[in-house]
Design a protein around this ligand. Structure first.
Ligand code: PMP
Length: 329
């Protein structure tokens, strides 16, 4: 956990080293731990890749100070990149599909980024194309492209993975992590597998998402309300490494939402839907271990809460399930 004993030189130095906190839920003999990414300065796990990718791209000379970062993003990556861009002397332009939360748009703008809205029906694929089109028309501009850039996973290989491993002194039984770009899962799981080869790794997606097909699991495509994880198109999910993952766990909107509410009411965690899904899947995994249905090298499960519920108040995240899913944002 970050102990801020000395003043930091900039907000970028406060990215990472987030707390790992034991959850009260789950069976008595299998501990569940959640890594709280809301402790990052931009409030999400994506501050890690914002810092890591831009520092590396500058180091490699792929962009120089005064240049422009252009990225397709649902919001959290935009916030993380904009923070890093401001500290490192870069400009930021984001292609943002319209359906994502209002708070994220406001925060990206507050950080001085330019937002180009992509109509919801054109989706993330179009946002990616538009980012590349714009970059090709500009001088000293780059698209970090979180969906395909190995630096995304590398950020987690170098930070999230080691932080979890050291916090538990090398004893990690199962890793249960949500998948959007898959950077968090791939980087963290790759680090962990090198250290603990028989660790159990589960990817978490919403019911209706089709990551499971990459492991040969059946999954029916449908709409879902959980934000930040899942996909209807695995063709741009280049970071998913099938050999790192044992299982893809699907979580319904209803279970994710009820877990978000439970985490707040019973455990004091102000999380959002992707955290609720991850937590629900981690609890199921812990019960399987306790029942002897799953063999793991250590009796614990680690998950990660990517961001906070405050970012989704306008989407009625803490209202009833019906109010949350019927929200038109
Ligand atoms: N949860 C939220 C809220 C996110 O914004 C993201 C990133 N899309 C994720 C989970 C998934 O993280 P990753 O992209 O590293 O798979």
């Amino acid at each position: 956990m970050t102990i801020h004993e000395k003043p930091a030189g900039s907000v970028l130095e406060t990215v990472g080293k987030t707390p790992l906190v034991e959850l009260a839920a789950g069976p008595l003999d299998v501990q569940i731990y959640a890594k709280l990414e809301t402790f990052n300065p931009g409030g999400s796990v994506k501050d890690r890749i914002g810092k890591y990718m831009l520092e590396k791209l500058l180091e490699r000379g792929e962009i120089s100070p005064g240049g422009t970062v252009i990225e397709p993003t649902a919001g959290n990556t935009g916030i993380g990149l904009a923070i890093a861009a401001n500290v490192l002397g870069l400009n930021a332009i984001f292609m943002v599909p319209e359906q994502f939360s209002r708070e994220k748009h406001q925060l990206m703008r507050a950080l001085g980024a330019e937002i180009i809205s992509i109509p919801s029906d054109e989706g993330m694929k179009r946002a990616i194309e538009r980012a590349h089109e714009l970059a090709s028309e500009m001088e000293n501009a780059i698209v970090p492209q979180q969906f395909s850039n190995p630096l995304n996973a590398e950020a987690h290989y170098n930070t999230t993975g080691p932080e979890i491993y050291h916090a538990l002194e090398g004893s990690v039984g199962a890793l249960v992590l949500g998948c959007g770009t898959v950077g968090t899962l791939t980087g963290t799981a790759r680090f962990m597998r090198e250290k603990i080869s028989d660790i159990y790794v589960a990817a978490v997606e919403p019911e209706g998402s089709v990551f499971g097909r990459l492991l040969g699991q059946d999954s029916e495509e449908a709409e879902y309300n959980i934000e930040g994880i899942g996909t209807h198109d695995t063709s741009n999910k280049e970071l998913f490494e099938t050999e790192l993952v044992d299982e893809v766990i699907q979580v319904s909107d209803r279970n994710a939402h009820s877990e978000v509410k439970r985490l707040a009411e019973e455990e004091g965690h102000l999380t959002a839907s992707s955290s609720g899904a991850a937590s629900w899947a981690a609890i199921q995994t812990a019960h399987k271990i306790a029942r002897g249905e799953l063999e793991v090298p250590y009796n614990n499960v680690v998950t990660l809460f990517p961001d906070s519920g405050e970012r989704y108040l306008s989407n009625n995240i803490y209202a009833s399930y019906e109010e949350w899913v019927s929200d038109e944002e």
